[in-house]
Design a protein around this ligand. Sequence first.
Ligand code: GLU
Length: 461
Amino acid sequence: MVITRFPPSPTGYLHLGGARTALFNWLFARKEKGKFILRFEDTDLERSKKEYVDAIIEALKWLGLNWDEGPYFQTQRLERYLEVAERLVEEGKAYYCACPKELLDQKREERLKRGLKPRYDGTCRNLNLNKGKGRVVRIKVPEDLLEISFEDLLRGRITFTPDEVDDFIILRADGIPTYNFAVVIDDLDMKITHIIRGDDHISNTPKQLIIYQLLGVKPPQFAHIPMVLSPDGSRLSKRHGARSILEYREEGYLPQAVINYLARLGWGYGDQEFFTVEELIEKFDLRRINLAPACFDPNKFLALNAQWIRFLPEEEIFKHLWPFIEPLGARNHSEDYLLGVIKSLKPRVKTLKEMAENMTYFLTEDYEIYQEALVKHLTAELRPHLEELTKLLDNFPLEDEKEMETKIRAFAEERGVRLKDLAQALRVALTGKTVSPPLFEVMRLLGKDRVKARLNRVLKY
Ligand code: GLU
Protein backbone atom coordinates (compact mmCIF):
# COMPACT_ATOMS: atom_id res chain seq x y z
CA MET A 1 0.00 0.00 0.00
CA VAL A 2 1.21 3.49 -0.86
CA ILE A 3 1.85 5.68 2.19
CA THR A 4 2.90 9.30 1.76
CA ARG A 5 3.46 12.02 4.28
CA PHE A 6 3.55 15.76 4.73
CA PRO A 7 6.09 16.71 7.40
CA PRO A 8 6.15 20.49 7.83
CA SER A 9 8.35 22.18 10.37
CA PRO A 10 6.03 24.41 12.40
CA THR A 11 8.37 27.37 12.15
CA GLY A 12 6.11 29.37 9.87
CA TYR A 13 2.75 29.36 8.14
CA LEU A 14 1.74 27.09 5.30
CA HIS A 15 2.50 28.91 2.07
CA LEU A 16 1.93 28.02 -1.59
CA GLY A 17 5.07 25.90 -1.98
CA GLY A 18 4.38 23.84 1.13
CA ALA A 19 0.72 23.46 0.26
CA ARG A 20 1.64 22.20 -3.18
CA THR A 21 3.98 19.59 -1.67
CA ALA A 22 1.17 18.50 0.65
CA LEU A 23 -1.26 18.38 -2.27
CA PHE A 24 0.98 16.20 -4.44
CA ASN A 25 1.51 13.74 -1.58
CA TRP A 26 -2.20 13.72 -0.85
CA LEU A 27 -3.22 13.31 -4.49
CA PHE A 28 -0.79 10.46 -4.98
CA ALA A 29 -2.05 8.67 -1.84
CA ARG A 30 -5.68 9.18 -2.85
CA LYS A 31 -5.06 8.05 -6.38
CA GLU A 32 -3.33 4.88 -5.21
CA LYS A 33 -5.95 4.31 -2.51
CA GLY A 34 -3.17 4.56 0.04
CA LYS A 35 -2.61 6.60 3.17
CA PHE A 36 -1.52 10.16 3.79
CA ILE A 37 0.19 10.99 7.08
CA LEU A 38 0.65 14.37 8.76
CA ARG A 39 3.73 14.82 10.90
CA PHE A 40 5.21 17.91 12.52
CA GLU A 41 8.98 18.11 12.48
CA ASP A 42 9.19 20.28 15.54
CA THR A 43 12.69 19.52 16.77
CA ASP A 44 13.79 23.11 16.31
CA LEU A 45 12.55 23.99 19.77
CA GLU A 46 13.28 27.69 19.46
CA ARG A 47 11.51 28.33 16.21
CA SER A 48 8.66 25.81 16.42
CA LYS A 49 5.42 27.34 17.67
CA LYS A 50 2.01 25.98 18.57
CA GLU A 51 0.53 28.91 16.68
CA TYR A 52 2.08 27.59 13.45
CA VAL A 53 0.93 24.04 14.14
CA ASP A 54 -2.63 25.30 14.52
CA ALA A 55 -2.43 27.49 11.44
CA ILE A 56 -1.01 24.69 9.28
CA ILE A 57 -3.76 22.33 10.44
CA GLU A 58 -6.40 24.96 9.75
CA ALA A 59 -5.02 25.60 6.27
CA LEU A 60 -4.88 21.89 5.40
CA LYS A 61 -8.44 21.42 6.62
CA TRP A 62 -9.63 24.41 4.65
CA LEU A 63 -8.01 22.98 1.52
CA GLY A 64 -9.63 19.62 2.22
CA LEU A 65 -6.30 17.78 2.44
CA ASN A 66 -7.40 15.30 5.08
CA TRP A 67 -4.90 12.92 6.65
CA ASP A 68 -5.39 9.32 7.66
CA GLU A 69 -2.88 9.30 10.48
CA GLY A 70 -1.39 11.89 12.77
CA PRO A 71 -0.58 14.55 13.39
CA TYR A 72 2.58 13.05 14.85
CA PHE A 73 5.09 15.27 16.60
CA GLN A 74 8.78 14.50 16.59
CA THR A 75 9.20 16.00 20.06
CA GLN A 76 6.93 13.21 21.31
CA ARG A 77 9.21 10.58 19.83
CA LEU A 78 12.57 11.62 21.31
CA GLU A 79 13.04 8.34 23.15
CA ARG A 80 12.69 6.44 19.93
CA TYR A 81 15.47 8.44 18.21
CA LEU A 82 17.69 8.00 21.26
CA GLU A 83 17.11 4.26 21.23
CA VAL A 84 18.07 3.91 17.56
CA ALA A 85 21.09 6.20 17.93
CA GLU A 86 22.37 4.15 20.86
CA ARG A 87 21.85 0.96 18.95
CA LEU A 88 23.89 2.33 16.06
CA VAL A 89 26.70 3.21 18.49
CA GLU A 90 26.61 -0.28 19.98
CA GLU A 91 26.86 -1.77 16.52
CA GLY A 92 29.84 0.43 15.72
CA LYS A 93 27.90 2.36 13.07
CA ALA A 94 27.90 5.58 15.00
CA TYR A 95 30.01 7.08 17.78
CA TYR A 96 30.04 9.65 20.52
CA CYS A 97 31.97 12.78 19.74
CA ALA A 98 33.32 15.11 22.39
CA CYS A 99 34.81 17.80 20.17
CA PRO A 100 33.99 21.20 21.64
CA LYS A 101 32.01 23.49 19.40
CA GLU A 102 34.65 26.23 19.48
CA LEU A 103 37.28 23.86 18.19
CA LEU A 104 34.97 22.61 15.43
CA ASP A 105 34.19 26.19 14.43
CA GLN A 106 37.86 26.99 14.33
CA LYS A 107 38.68 23.99 12.15
CA ARG A 108 35.81 24.84 9.90
CA GLU A 109 37.10 28.37 9.43
CA GLU A 110 40.54 27.06 8.58
CA ARG A 111 39.20 24.72 5.93
CA LEU A 112 37.09 27.47 4.43
CA LYS A 113 40.10 29.76 4.33
CA ARG A 114 42.00 27.11 2.43
CA GLY A 115 39.16 26.92 -0.05
CA LEU A 116 38.01 23.49 1.18
CA LYS A 117 34.51 22.31 1.96
CA PRO A 118 33.93 22.10 5.70
CA ARG A 119 33.91 18.54 7.00
CA TYR A 120 34.45 16.80 10.30
CA ASP A 121 38.05 15.59 10.61
CA GLY A 122 37.19 12.37 12.45
CA THR A 123 38.99 13.19 15.72
CA CYS A 124 36.61 11.04 17.81
CA ARG A 125 35.86 8.45 15.16
CA ASN A 126 37.99 5.70 16.64
CA LEU A 127 38.14 6.75 20.28
CA ASN A 128 35.22 4.57 21.37
CA LEU A 129 33.96 7.28 23.69
CA ASN A 130 31.07 6.57 26.02
CA LYS A 131 27.90 8.54 26.37
CA GLY A 132 28.61 11.68 28.33
CA LYS A 133 27.54 15.22 28.97
CA GLY A 134 28.03 17.50 26.01
CA ARG A 135 28.65 14.60 23.61
CA VAL A 136 26.88 14.26 20.31
CA VAL A 137 26.35 11.11 18.25
CA ARG A 138 27.87 11.02 14.78
CA ILE A 139 27.35 8.56 11.99
CA LYS A 140 30.45 6.58 11.11
CA VAL A 141 30.27 6.86 7.35
CA PRO A 142 31.49 3.49 6.03
CA GLU A 143 34.98 3.66 4.61
CA ASP A 144 34.26 1.32 1.75
CA LEU A 145 31.47 3.54 0.46
CA LEU A 146 32.07 3.96 -3.26
CA GLU A 147 29.14 6.06 -4.20
CA ILE A 148 25.72 6.88 -2.93
CA SER A 149 22.89 6.94 -5.37
CA PHE A 150 19.18 6.59 -5.72
CA GLU A 151 16.58 6.49 -8.44
CA ASP A 152 14.48 9.63 -8.28
CA LEU A 153 11.02 9.03 -9.69
CA LEU A 154 11.19 12.29 -11.62
CA ARG A 155 14.85 12.75 -12.35
CA GLY A 156 16.22 9.27 -12.78
CA ARG A 157 19.43 8.20 -11.07
CA ILE A 158 21.14 10.75 -8.84
CA THR A 159 24.63 9.92 -7.64
CA PHE A 160 26.83 11.47 -4.96
CA THR A 161 30.48 10.82 -4.30
CA PRO A 162 31.44 9.75 -0.77
CA ASP A 163 33.45 12.91 -0.18
CA GLU A 164 30.20 14.82 -0.25
CA VAL A 165 29.32 13.32 3.13
CA ASP A 166 31.31 13.50 6.35
CA ASP A 167 30.60 11.91 9.75
CA PHE A 168 27.47 13.93 10.37
CA ILE A 169 25.66 14.44 13.67
CA ILE A 170 22.45 12.49 14.25
CA LEU A 171 21.86 13.29 17.91
CA ARG A 172 22.75 16.58 19.53
CA ALA A 173 24.17 16.86 23.03
CA ASP A 174 20.73 17.78 24.37
CA GLY A 175 19.24 14.55 23.02
CA ILE A 176 17.43 16.24 20.14
CA PRO A 177 17.88 14.43 16.82
CA THR A 178 18.95 16.26 13.67
CA TYR A 179 16.49 16.51 10.79
CA ASN A 180 18.28 13.92 8.65
CA PHE A 181 18.11 11.33 11.41
CA ALA A 182 14.58 11.90 12.71
CA VAL A 183 13.16 12.00 9.20
CA VAL A 184 14.57 8.55 8.40
CA ILE A 185 13.40 6.94 11.64
CA ASP A 186 9.94 8.43 11.18
CA ASP A 187 9.65 7.44 7.55
CA LEU A 188 10.63 3.90 8.50
CA ASP A 189 8.36 3.65 11.53
CA MET A 190 5.45 5.10 9.59
CA LYS A 191 6.15 2.77 6.68
CA ILE A 192 6.33 5.60 4.18
CA THR A 193 6.62 4.25 0.65
CA HIS A 194 6.97 7.49 -1.31
CA ILE A 195 8.65 10.72 -0.30
CA ILE A 196 7.53 13.60 -2.46
CA ARG A 197 9.30 16.78 -1.41
CA GLY A 198 10.97 19.94 -2.64
CA ASP A 199 14.19 19.58 -4.59
CA ASP A 200 15.94 21.69 -1.96
CA HIS A 201 16.13 18.37 -0.08
CA ILE A 202 18.11 16.50 -2.74
CA SER A 203 21.33 17.44 -0.97
CA ASN A 204 20.06 15.86 2.26
CA THR A 205 19.24 12.59 0.58
CA PRO A 206 22.76 11.01 0.64
CA LYS A 207 22.91 11.36 4.43
CA GLN A 208 19.50 9.80 4.74
CA LEU A 209 20.49 6.97 2.38
CA ILE A 210 23.54 6.20 4.51
CA ILE A 211 21.32 5.88 7.58
CA TYR A 212 19.00 3.51 5.72
CA GLN A 213 22.00 1.50 4.65
CA LEU A 214 23.43 1.29 8.19
CA LEU A 215 20.04 0.20 9.48
CA GLY A 216 19.98 -2.46 6.81
CA VAL A 217 16.67 -1.41 5.29
CA LYS A 218 15.49 -0.40 1.87
CA PRO A 219 14.73 3.33 1.58
CA PRO A 220 11.35 4.57 0.31
CA GLN A 221 11.10 5.97 -3.19
CA PHE A 222 11.88 9.62 -3.71
CA ALA A 223 10.40 12.24 -6.00
CA HIS A 224 11.98 15.67 -5.67
CA ILE A 225 9.71 18.31 -7.09
CA PRO A 226 10.88 21.69 -8.38
CA MET A 227 10.40 24.80 -6.31
CA VAL A 228 7.74 27.41 -6.87
CA LEU A 229 9.23 30.72 -7.97
CA SER A 230 8.03 34.29 -8.41
CA PRO A 231 6.76 35.32 -11.86
CA ASP A 232 10.21 36.74 -12.63
CA GLY A 233 11.95 33.53 -11.63
CA SER A 234 13.30 34.76 -8.31
CA ARG A 235 12.50 33.25 -4.92
CA LEU A 236 8.88 33.63 -3.87
CA SER A 237 8.50 36.99 -2.21
CA LYS A 238 5.79 38.10 0.18
CA ARG A 239 4.07 39.89 -2.67
CA HIS A 240 4.12 36.80 -4.83
CA GLY A 241 2.74 33.90 -2.98
CA ALA A 242 5.09 33.51 -0.04
CA ARG A 243 2.10 34.27 2.09
CA SER A 244 0.13 32.04 4.31
CA ILE A 245 -2.51 30.04 2.48
CA LEU A 246 -5.00 31.42 4.98
CA GLU A 247 -4.34 34.92 3.69
CA TYR A 248 -5.79 33.78 0.39
CA ARG A 249 -8.88 32.64 2.24
CA GLU A 250 -9.16 36.12 3.74
CA GLU A 251 -8.81 37.65 0.31
CA GLY A 252 -11.75 35.65 -0.91
CA TYR A 253 -10.16 32.73 -2.72
CA LEU A 254 -12.01 29.43 -2.80
CA PRO A 255 -10.19 26.33 -1.59
CA GLN A 256 -11.18 24.59 -4.84
CA ALA A 257 -9.40 27.31 -6.81
CA VAL A 258 -6.30 27.09 -4.64
CA ILE A 259 -6.15 23.31 -5.10
CA ASN A 260 -6.72 23.64 -8.83
CA TYR A 261 -4.07 26.31 -9.18
CA LEU A 262 -1.48 24.51 -7.05
CA ALA A 263 -2.00 21.30 -8.96
CA ARG A 264 -1.48 23.08 -12.27
CA LEU A 265 1.67 24.80 -11.01
CA GLY A 266 4.27 22.67 -12.67
CA TRP A 267 1.96 19.78 -13.45
CA GLY A 268 -0.12 19.39 -16.56
CA TYR A 269 -2.63 17.27 -18.34
CA GLY A 270 -2.67 18.41 -21.94
CA ASP A 271 -3.78 22.02 -21.97
CA GLN A 272 -6.61 21.53 -19.50
CA GLU A 273 -6.61 24.29 -16.88
CA PHE A 274 -9.76 23.62 -14.90
CA PHE A 275 -9.82 20.56 -12.64
CA THR A 276 -12.12 19.46 -9.87
CA VAL A 277 -10.41 17.61 -7.08
CA GLU A 278 -12.04 14.33 -8.15
CA GLU A 279 -10.61 14.83 -11.60
CA LEU A 280 -7.18 15.57 -10.16
CA ILE A 281 -7.23 12.36 -8.15
CA GLU A 282 -8.15 10.47 -11.27
CA LYS A 283 -5.61 12.11 -13.56
CA PHE A 284 -2.72 12.91 -11.25
CA ASP A 285 0.50 11.34 -12.39
CA LEU A 286 3.78 12.07 -10.62
CA ARG A 287 5.70 11.59 -13.83
CA ARG A 288 3.94 14.50 -15.42
CA ILE A 289 5.44 16.98 -13.00
CA ASN A 290 7.51 19.46 -14.92
CA LEU A 291 11.18 19.53 -13.96
CA ALA A 292 11.59 23.23 -14.61
CA PRO A 293 10.77 25.40 -11.60
CA ALA A 294 7.15 26.49 -11.56
CA CYS A 295 6.47 30.21 -11.72
CA PHE A 296 3.64 31.56 -9.64
CA ASP A 297 1.34 33.77 -11.68
CA PRO A 298 -0.99 35.82 -9.48
CA ASN A 299 -3.16 36.91 -12.44
CA LYS A 300 -3.76 33.38 -13.57
CA PHE A 301 -4.56 32.40 -10.01
CA LEU A 302 -7.09 35.21 -9.72
CA ALA A 303 -8.68 34.35 -13.06
CA LEU A 304 -9.03 30.74 -11.99
CA ASN A 305 -10.69 31.83 -8.77
CA ALA A 306 -13.21 33.83 -10.79
CA GLN A 307 -13.86 30.76 -12.91
CA TRP A 308 -14.48 28.69 -9.80
CA ILE A 309 -16.89 31.28 -8.42
CA ARG A 310 -18.87 31.03 -11.63
CA PHE A 311 -18.72 27.25 -11.65
CA LEU A 312 -19.77 26.32 -8.12
CA PRO A 313 -23.43 26.20 -7.12
CA GLU A 314 -24.74 29.14 -5.10
CA GLU A 315 -25.12 26.98 -1.99
CA GLU A 316 -21.41 26.14 -1.99
CA ILE A 317 -20.43 29.78 -2.56
CA PHE A 318 -22.79 30.77 0.24
CA LYS A 319 -20.91 28.54 2.70
CA HIS A 320 -17.57 30.16 1.90
CA LEU A 321 -19.01 33.66 1.57
CA TRP A 322 -20.74 33.63 4.95
CA PRO A 323 -17.76 34.93 7.02
CA PHE A 324 -17.54 37.89 4.63
CA ILE A 325 -21.23 38.83 4.63
CA GLU A 326 -22.18 37.95 8.17
CA PRO A 327 -20.67 41.15 9.58
CA LEU A 328 -22.51 43.12 6.88
CA GLY A 329 -25.91 42.06 8.12
CA ALA A 330 -26.56 38.81 6.26
CA ARG A 331 -28.33 37.38 9.29
CA ASN A 332 -31.30 39.66 8.63
CA HIS A 333 -32.08 37.93 5.36
CA SER A 334 -33.45 34.61 4.24
CA GLU A 335 -31.15 32.10 2.64
CA ASP A 336 -33.25 32.16 -0.51
CA TYR A 337 -32.82 35.88 -0.88
CA LEU A 338 -29.05 35.64 -0.36
CA LEU A 339 -28.74 32.76 -2.82
CA GLY A 340 -30.53 34.87 -5.43
CA VAL A 341 -28.12 37.73 -4.89
CA ILE A 342 -25.11 35.38 -5.09
CA LYS A 343 -26.40 34.00 -8.37
CA SER A 344 -26.59 37.47 -9.81
CA LEU A 345 -23.12 38.51 -8.64
CA LYS A 346 -21.29 35.27 -9.43
CA PRO A 347 -20.31 36.12 -13.00
CA ARG A 348 -19.20 39.62 -12.05
CA VAL A 349 -16.52 39.14 -9.40
CA LYS A 350 -13.13 37.52 -9.04
CA THR A 351 -13.05 36.95 -5.28
CA LEU A 352 -15.55 36.39 -2.48
CA LYS A 353 -14.31 39.54 -0.84
CA GLU A 354 -15.23 41.47 -3.96
CA MET A 355 -18.59 39.73 -3.98
CA ALA A 356 -19.26 40.79 -0.39
CA GLU A 357 -18.24 44.36 -1.18
CA ASN A 358 -20.66 44.40 -4.08
CA MET A 359 -23.38 43.00 -1.91
CA THR A 360 -23.63 45.67 0.75
CA TYR A 361 -26.74 47.30 -0.72
CA PHE A 362 -28.43 43.94 -0.80
CA LEU A 363 -27.68 43.40 2.88
CA THR A 364 -28.45 46.68 4.56
CA GLU A 365 -30.69 49.71 4.15
CA ASP A 366 -27.77 51.72 5.38
CA TYR A 367 -25.82 51.47 2.12
CA GLU A 368 -23.69 54.37 1.09
CA ILE A 369 -24.87 56.53 -1.79
CA TYR A 370 -21.96 58.10 -3.57
CA GLN A 371 -22.39 61.84 -3.40
CA GLU A 372 -21.06 62.41 -6.89
CA ALA A 373 -23.44 59.86 -8.36
CA LEU A 374 -26.31 61.39 -6.46
CA VAL A 375 -25.66 64.89 -7.71
CA LYS A 376 -25.04 63.76 -11.26
CA HIS A 377 -27.92 61.34 -11.77
CA LEU A 378 -30.70 62.23 -9.36
CA THR A 379 -31.46 65.55 -11.00
CA ALA A 380 -34.24 68.01 -10.21
CA GLU A 381 -35.79 67.37 -13.66
CA LEU A 382 -36.16 63.72 -12.92
CA ARG A 383 -37.68 64.20 -9.51
CA PRO A 384 -41.39 64.41 -10.48
CA HIS A 385 -40.99 61.38 -12.72
CA LEU A 386 -39.35 59.34 -9.99
CA GLU A 387 -42.13 60.32 -7.59
CA GLU A 388 -44.74 59.24 -10.05
CA LEU A 389 -42.95 56.00 -10.82
CA THR A 390 -42.60 55.13 -7.14
CA LYS A 391 -46.38 55.40 -6.80
CA LEU A 392 -46.96 53.29 -9.90
CA LEU A 393 -44.69 50.51 -8.65
CA ASP A 394 -47.55 48.83 -6.83
CA ASN A 395 -48.95 47.82 -10.18
CA PHE A 396 -45.62 46.77 -11.68
CA PRO A 397 -44.50 43.10 -11.84
CA LEU A 398 -41.03 43.38 -10.29
CA GLU A 399 -40.52 39.63 -10.46
CA ASP A 400 -40.73 39.74 -14.27
CA GLU A 401 -37.65 41.55 -15.57
CA LYS A 402 -38.75 41.64 -19.20
CA GLU A 403 -42.15 43.02 -18.41
CA MET A 404 -40.60 45.58 -16.11
CA GLU A 405 -38.36 46.80 -18.86
CA THR A 406 -41.33 47.19 -21.18
CA LYS A 407 -43.28 49.08 -18.53
CA ILE A 408 -40.50 51.44 -17.55
CA ARG A 409 -39.59 52.05 -21.18
CA ALA A 410 -43.19 53.00 -21.91
CA PHE A 411 -43.27 55.21 -18.82
CA ALA A 412 -40.13 57.04 -19.93
CA GLU A 413 -41.48 57.57 -23.42
CA GLU A 414 -44.75 58.91 -22.15
CA ARG A 415 -42.98 61.49 -19.99
CA GLY A 416 -40.40 62.37 -22.61
CA VAL A 417 -37.41 61.38 -20.50
CA ARG A 418 -34.58 59.25 -21.71
CA LEU A 419 -34.76 55.67 -20.45
CA LYS A 420 -31.00 55.76 -19.89
CA ASP A 421 -31.27 58.72 -17.51
CA LEU A 422 -34.22 57.29 -15.65
CA ALA A 423 -32.57 53.90 -15.28
CA GLN A 424 -29.35 55.43 -14.01
CA ALA A 425 -31.26 57.51 -11.46
CA LEU A 426 -33.02 54.38 -10.25
CA ARG A 427 -29.75 52.50 -10.07
CA VAL A 428 -28.07 55.19 -7.97
CA ALA A 429 -31.07 55.40 -5.67
CA LEU A 430 -31.33 51.66 -5.18
CA THR A 431 -27.65 50.70 -4.99
CA GLY A 432 -25.79 53.90 -4.22
CA LYS A 433 -23.54 53.20 -7.20
CA THR A 434 -23.40 53.83 -10.91
CA VAL A 435 -22.37 50.27 -11.65
CA SER A 436 -24.37 47.22 -10.62
CA PRO A 437 -25.91 44.10 -12.09
CA PRO A 438 -28.71 44.91 -14.60
CA LEU A 439 -31.25 47.26 -13.05
CA PHE A 440 -34.29 45.04 -13.45
CA GLU A 441 -32.43 42.14 -11.94
CA VAL A 442 -31.54 44.31 -8.94
CA MET A 443 -35.19 45.39 -8.60
CA ARG A 444 -36.41 41.82 -8.80
CA LEU A 445 -33.92 40.69 -6.16
CA LEU A 446 -34.62 43.56 -3.78
CA GLY A 447 -38.37 43.11 -4.08
CA LYS A 448 -41.13 45.67 -4.14
CA ASP A 449 -41.07 46.71 -0.49
CA ARG A 450 -37.40 47.49 -0.40
CA VAL A 451 -37.45 49.22 -3.77
CA LYS A 452 -40.32 51.49 -2.72
CA ALA A 453 -38.82 52.27 0.65
CA ARG A 454 -35.48 53.14 -0.91
CA LEU A 455 -36.98 55.39 -3.57
CA ASN A 456 -39.12 57.18 -1.00
CA ARG A 457 -36.14 57.74 1.22
CA VAL A 458 -34.00 59.12 -1.58
CA LEU A 459 -36.83 61.37 -2.72
CA LYS A 460 -37.17 62.80 0.76
CA TYR A 461 -33.48 63.39 0.87
N1 GLU B 1 10.47 19.26 7.67
C1 GLU B 1 11.02 19.25 6.36
C2 GLU B 1 10.55 20.49 5.62
O1 GLU B 1 9.62 21.12 6.07
C3 GLU B 1 10.55 18.01 5.65
C4 GLU B 1 11.42 17.55 4.55
C5 GLU B 1 11.07 16.19 4.02
O2 GLU B 1 10.02 16.06 3.40
O3 GLU B 1 11.83 15.28 4.23
O4 GLU B 1 11.13 20.88 4.64
